[in-house]
Design a protein around this ligand. Structure first.
Ligand code: SAH
Ligand code: SF4
Ligand code: F3S
Length: 439
């Protein structure tokens, strides 16, 4: 038998890219590839890229530069670029980096084995179509290897919202939902391989409306069906848009036993003027009222958000409105970014906020968010939570897992295995994690 070829995949960007990288590795497994952790002994290097901010996109070119020597020493080495930069700048990549053999956009991964075969014969291949067929249906199903306790499962892709700053509608295309039966099959398969927690993924996951046996299903319907999958213990979903938070989904937070009390619900800004210019299609007040409804359904819900500072025409007063909104919500965690001009998006054409102003606002915003995050984490001390254990910690006999609220929790005790879900009392709160004792 011939030696298996080695595949090195490097993943940037969001969780959807993490999921896609797994699926691409499986698809190329059918071509005789096994994964390697280092580019040095790879026969194929695949960069799964992100275009969301300028810095993320630039990383691709510097990373490719680092492979020049490898390619010179091993002319058979194939280099591929996948993901959102491939979609947005495919032809430019081929032009700027002639050592790239293959460029594949996020909707064409099922064509990867074919493309790899062509590249193997020395051809340069580029596919950034948005084909009619569902890439997931055509990708080989996941092989039956054992897996860690936590997995991602993409249920919806693309976005029709067109926020004025965002490239996603262009790189991932229009919203598409996978059929419910496929998702349930994949979930059962994951559970059979050791998975206990599934995070449903979509750029606009709560707009999910996949075909079910009796018409289209909402995300809440899908979550309730997953709730009945034996052996699955926890369900999460991300990322949601405030305007698609339907009543049945809010109710699920009250009643659905396996749905975890943690919700990532980005608002981006707290000023109605900026929200309007961002094309977010809701006001700060509407967002706050939605949070109230969610907390009425699930009082202990931890909220997480995304924020952009220095969006074009954002004044100090607008920025203060964002700080006030954050004070009103009290986030359990959050991600914040300086606005980055993205080619082809409406906001890139507008008057920009100076860089030092953006830096200053980001610092002040992050100081507030860090204080909130820490306060909510400290408030866990003394409470009992579920912890899904994932891996050994650094100390002897220590295991690390995730709480229902997604905090990292360290416990030192005998007899805990990865995949165990146990009740834990939180006894201490450190900078980035909690310490607990088994109950
Ligand atoms: N679909 C999700 C996430 C999109 S990208 C949503 O609607 O929330 C993840 C985050 O990146 C966004 O929430 C936003 O905060 C940030 N982001 C997107 N485009 C950006 C840009 N041009 N500059 C800075 N941050 C950006
Ligand atoms: Fe981008 Fe807005 Fe769509 Fe989210 S909802 S992916 S921020 S366009
Ligand atoms: Fe980045 Fe594409 Fe995800 S731009 S954030 S990898 S959808």
């Amino acid at each position: 038998m011939s030696q298996p070829k080695k595949l090195f995949i490097k993943t940037y960007g969001c969780q959807m890219n993490v999921y896609d990288s797994e699926r691409m590795a499986e698809a190329l497994g059918g071509q005789g590839y096994v994964e390697t952790k280092s580019p040095d002994d790879a026969d194929m290097i695949l960069l799964n890229t992100c275009h969301i901010r300028e810095k993320a996109a630039e990383k691709v070119y510097s990373e490719l530069g680092r492979y020049k020597g490898l390619k010179a020493a091993k002319p058979d080495l194939k280099i591929g670029v996948a993901g959102c930069v491939a979609q947005a700048e495919g032809e430019e990549i081929m032009r700027r980096q002639p050592m790239v053999d293959l460029v594949v956009g996020p909707q064409s991964y099922h064509r990867l084995p074919e493309m790899e075969a062509k590249a193997g014969q020395g051809a340069k291949v580029l596919d950034t179509d948005f084909p009619e067929e569902d890439k997931f249906e055509h990708l080989k199903s996941r092989p039956k290897a054992k897996r860690g306790p936590s997995a991602f499962l993409t249920v919806q892709e693309g976005c029709d919202k067109f926020c004025a700053f965002c490239v996603v509608p262009y790189t991932r295309g229009a919203e598409v939902s996978r059929p419910a039966a496929r998702i349930l099959d994949e979930a059962r398969d994951l559970v059979a391989r050791g998975v206990r927690e599934i995070t449903l993924l979509g750029q606009n996951v709560n707009a999910y409306h996949g075909a079910g046996p009796d018409g289209d299903w909402s995300l809440a319907r899908l979550i309730w069906a997953l709730n009945d999958v034996d052996g699955l213990e926890r369900i999460r979903f991300t990322t949601s848009h405030p305007n698609d938070m339907s009543d049945d989904l809010i109710d699920a937070h009250a009643d659905c036993p396996k749905l975890m009390p943690y919700l990532h619900l980005p608002v981006q800004a707290g000023s109605d003027k900026i929200l309007k210019r961002m094309n977010r299609q809701h006001t700060a007040e509407q967002y706050l009222r939605l949070i109230e409804r969610l907390r009425a359904a699930r009082p202990d819900l931890h909220l997480s958000g995304d924020f952009i500072v220095g969006f074009p025409e954002e004044t100090e007063t607008d920025f203060q409105d964002t700080l006030s909104l954050i004070e009103a919500v009290q986030y359990g965690s959050a991600f914040s970014f300086k606005y980055s001009e993205r080619p082809g998006t409406p906001a890139a054409e507008r008057a920009q906020v100076p860089e030092d102003e953006k830096d200053d606002r980001l610092q002040r915003l992050q100081a507030l968010l860090t204080r909130q995050q820490r306060a909510l984490q400290d408030a866990m001390v003394g409470r009992e939570v579920g912890v899904l254990f994932e891996r050994p910690g650094r100390l002897e006999g220590q295991m690390v897992g995730k709480s229902d609220y997604l905090h990292a929790v360290h416990v030192t005790a005998e007899g805990i295995a990865p995949g165990d879900l146990r009740r834990v009392r939180i006894v201490d709160s450190g900078p980035n994690s909690l310490t607990g004792q088994l109950l």
